[in-house]
Ligand binder design. Structure first.
Ligand code: SF4
Length: 370
């Protein structure tokens, strides 16, 4: 049987120096010993998964956790496991406190082409509340160092909807982001799971109508500043869209590596265990390859709708027909007409897409197709 071609790889680096108060991602407290051990198992996982795949990465995304706790040599020891002959983008998520001139120089000398910098806010009170380790001055310095060293594809994270946040607070951060002129901005609306330390502050998160105003303020300011919105939460200067993240919304196969990483191979999903010991055991026993859950056509169709409609270009109706052997507009005629009348969906040429009015309430629209 021909091996499945996979062109996108996500690698989870599950370490942080300290847990932020809102974070639900899997990560452990960093230690050199844990890191060394983890990298050994990660390389084993890569070797195991390569056996069944034709792996030709176009994009690699090192996410976390805090991937910038890895040295350039560590990162190289991971990327060296892949044949990079057609690589287009390697993203490294970084924490502002990891960035100094020496580190920036080191990572500029390896094949990392894109930096995602977890700034979140330029208000020190907000950063403190979130439990971030950096302050606004450190964030700005980190950004400037990366630019000075020559990184020409930098994405910044901006968080909104924080407890007691005002429009003015948010405006302050947005203005600072725009002043720095990164190539890409990812926005995140804070949500607090019931097991995170900040959960008791959930009631202080502004009401939905206000958070919606926050979202549209960000959108308006970034569009005015020349950014293109290509996904509900993502903005880029022309041609600086995240190639890796587009693979998720484009229904492409991707490999997920490391604890808690999710993968999607040939319409089958898997998620590695969010626990070091279980992860190590599954690799030792080679059972890690058996954790696949095949999506049935109905589930695949729902995912395709949900993910495609997140893109501002929308869902290609011809592609839908080709994949699922049915006409989307016929199948969902009632819902489509309803949302068109409410000016929440529009159809143009072969695409159906959310209108901007729908972006903040997109989940309610997706639910209708689920
Ligand atoms: S640095 Fe990122 S992954 Fe680590 S605790 Fe904070 S938000 Fe979570």
């Amino acid at each position: 049987m021909k091996n499945k071609l996979v062109e996108h790889v996500y690698i989870h680096i599950p370490f942080c120096l300290r847990k932020c108060g809102y974070c639900s991602f899997y990560s452990e407290r960093f230690s050199l010993e844990k890191k060394r051990n983890y990298l050994r198992f990660l390389r084993k996982e890569i070797a195991l998964r390569q056996q069944n795949l034709e792996l030709k990465p176009k994009t690699i995304y090192l996410g976390g956790g805090t991937p910038s706790l890895l040295s350039a040599k560590d990162i190289n020891s991971i990327t060296d496991c892949f044949d990079l002959f057609q690589i287009e983008e390697i993203t490294l998520e970084t924490n502002p406190i990891s960035i100094n001139k020496d580190y920036a120089k080191d990572i500029a000398a390896i094949p990392v082409s894109r930096i995602s910098l977890g700034i979140q806010s330029f208000k020190d009170e907000e950063l403190k509340l979130l439990g971030r380790l950096h302050n606004s001055a450190q964030a700005e310095t980190a950004y400037e160092i990366l630019r000075e060293i020559g990184f020409n594809n930098i994405s910044l994270d901006l968080m909104y909807g924080l407890p007691n946040q005002t429009l003015e607070d948010l405006q302050f951060s947005i203005d600072k982001f725009i002043e720095l002129a990164p190539d890409h901005i990812s926005t995140y609306c804070l949500s607090l799971a019931d097991d995170v330390p900040l959960y008791p502050l959930k009631s202080q998160i502004p009401m939905d109508e206000i958070v919606s105003d926050f979202y549209f303020l960000i959108r308006e300011k970034l569009l005015d500043a020349g950014y293109v919105q290509y996904e509900i939460s993502n903005f880029a200067k022309p041609e600086f869209e995240s190639k890796h993240n587009l693979c998720y919304w484009d229904d492409k196969s991707y490999l997920g590596l490391g604890p808690a990483a999710a993968g999607y191979l040939n319409n089958a999903r898997y998620t590695n265990p969010s626990d070091f010991d279980k992860y190590f055991q599954l690799i030792q026993s080679k059972q890690i390859l058996k954790n696949l859950e095949k999506l049935n056509t109905e589930d695949h169709e729902k995912e395709f709708i949900f993910l495609s409609l997140r893109k501002t270009e929308g869902m290609n109706l011809k592609e839908f027909k080709l994949k699922f052997k049915m006409d989307f507009l016929k199948k969902y005629q009632k819902s489509v007409v309803k949302f068109q009348q409410q000016n929440l969906l529009e159809i143009e040429n072969d695409f159906i897409r959310l209108t901007p009015d729908a972006y903040f309430v997109s989940n309610e629209i997706f639910a209708e197709f689920m």
